[in-house]
Design a protein around this ligand. Sequence first.
Ligand code: GAR
Length: 192
Amino acid sequence: MTNIAVFASGTGSNFDAIIDAIENGILDARVRLLVCDRIGAPVIEKAQNHEIDTVVYRPKSFENKAAYETAVLEDCKQRDVDFIVLAGYMRLIGPTLLKPYERRIVNIHPSLLPAFPGKDAIGQALAQKVKVTGVTVHYVDDGMDTGPIIAQEAIKIEKNATAEDVKQSIQAVEHRLYPEVIQSLFIKEESL
Ligand code: GAR
């Protein structure tokens, strides 16, 4: 079984989907740690409800990014974390974490990358009036939503759809796709 850490900054619906997938036998993993970079984020309560170790940091209170990530790395090492799952973690990952976890950090993003990276991907898609957007799961590198793509799934944007409509369609895909893709990576690794 793979020990994972989930990094999140917000609501935590993908965090919940990962926990559900583990409980339903879709994902063979154990969530050892939630790392949250936003005090008061709703995801914290979700982790506590499941009695999952949680660390909440204010990155700005560290001397620099490397110092913040060194603390996070230590939290991961203490819990034998093999794999890091970003789930709405709105922060770039630096070399302090990327080196020890090379090809072991994945992210989910609410667009068909490379279209609409960064914040508010759904708002960007609506502003461009695209008819199709979607979800991307990718390995994390030092860029903003730029690492090698692992999986993508498209959704249609219906005429007159609101941001909330699109978010609902996207999240329904995310909650199914992310655990499935993570599990497929574990199986691939085992067979190497
Ligand atoms: C998700 O839709 C995820 O794709 C997005 O944040 C949302 C978090 O929702 N991530 C990004 O935009 C990363 N660039 P959640 O907190 O309910 O899981």
